[in-house]
Design a protein around this ligand. Structure first.
Ligand SMILES: Nc1ncnc2c1ncn2[C@@H]1O[C@H](COP(=O)(O)OP(=O)(O)O)[C@@H](O)[C@H]1O
Ligand SMILES: [Mg+2]
Length: 309
């Protein structure tokens, strides 16, 4: 690993910087290099490259919005013995506390960024003698992403779709159902899903959804703060419904009331919010069921039972 890092980063200094550990999925460690301090995630799985490419694409896109701080991505490196490394800027992070409210504002800004680009595009189209726009990030009209991103280590289907409900049903829940079917052939889950699919459009009413750039895996373990303010990391981005982002945030704690009130001061709750939040949590419970086993079956089944009532 160290030889690969030295070569690929072009650094002669490579000294452990006393921060080593891991998240739920990968092992991580910080190093001093010729170019400053970096944080390296290491994963031996065959799918590591795809997972890290998705994380790199997610961080790059979030960075371009200039709304919320993320570690700057540097490089994905294949390991000769299999697996891959992901190198990014090291940040001195601690638990989110003082900056929770600011995170609420900045997350809403991230979610509104694409909509604002759309509004600007319309305005510019009407303006006479408009100037060429130099922005790297363009208005996105559909739901999806130009890279596969992994929530945990399972790949998400990010093929572009015009319709959000279709995207969420076909490309989020259905692949999880297919895995459950393959792993356990759970009959109750299959039957509930058949009923729930018919019900989903009614949970959306007349809601108009503008694609929003999402972090995609915003649980309490993927947010923090440094001296400058809030930081989010370990994203699995795609353009989707902004409400989707708050689903996993609500599942494992870590977000205070000040975070939510700041967020909703910029993006108010629309009618039917609470039920859709449950629907979006269903994805995460199923994803956990497929990652960590049957301990998450009960929650998945209960959500479906409640939503089909
Ligand atoms: N850029 C970084 N700089 C310093 N520490 C980091 C950085 N990214 C992650 N970490 C540390 O590693 C932990 C796990 O990171 P994460 O990216 O969530 O890994 P995983 O993909 O395994 O969940 C974080 O909680 C944090 O303590
Ligand atoms: Mg993580």
């Amino acid at each position: 690993m160290e030889a690969a890092l030295r070569r690929e980063l072009g650094t002669s200094v490579l000294r452990p910087a006393g921060h080593s550990g891991g998240g739920c999925i990968s092992h991580g460690e910080s190093f001093h290099t010729d170019h400053g301090k970096v944080y390296v995630k290491c994963n031996a799985k065959a799918e590591a490259r795809r997972m890290f490419d998705g994380e790199m694409a997610s961080l790059t896109t979030i960075l371009q919005t200039q709304t919320v701080k993320v570690p700057k991505p540097i490089k994905v490196i294949d390991l000769p013995e299999g697996g891959a490394l992901f190198v990014m800027e090291h940040l001195d992070m601690r638990s989110l506390n003082r900056h929770a409210e600011k995170l609420g504002i900045q997350l809403a800004d991230l979610h509104l960024h694409n909509q604002k680009l759309g509004e600007k595009l319309k305005k510019d189209a009407n303006a006479i003698g408009k100037s060429e726009d130099q922005m790297d990030i363009h208005f996105v009209e559909e739901f999806g992403f130009n890279s596969v991103t992994c929530c945990g280590y399972l790949p998400q289907v990010n093929d572009w779709q015009q319709d959000w409900v279709n995207f969420f049903t076909r490309q989020r829940i259905q692949p999880q159902m297919d895995l459950i079917e393959k792993n356990s052939g759970d009959r109750e889950a299959r039957e509930l899903w058949a009923q729930l699919q018919l019900k989903i459009p009614s949970l959306f009413g007349e809601l108009k959804i503008v694609p929003a750039l999402l972090h995609g895996d915003l649980w309490g373990g993927n947010v923090a703060e440094d001296d400058s303010g809030p930081v989010i990391f370990d994203p699995a981005s795609f353009y989707g419904h902004s409400e989707y982002e708050l689903a996993i945030a609500g599942m494992f704690g870590g977000f205070s009331g000040s975070f939510y009130s700041a967020y909703h001061s910029k993006i108010p709750k629309a009618a039917g919010f609470d039920k859709r939040l449950k629907l979006y949590q269903l994805f995460h419970y199923m994803n956990h069921w497929n990652h960590f086993g049957g301990g998450y079956r009960g929650s998945s089944i209960n959500i479906m039972k409640n939503l089909v009532k």
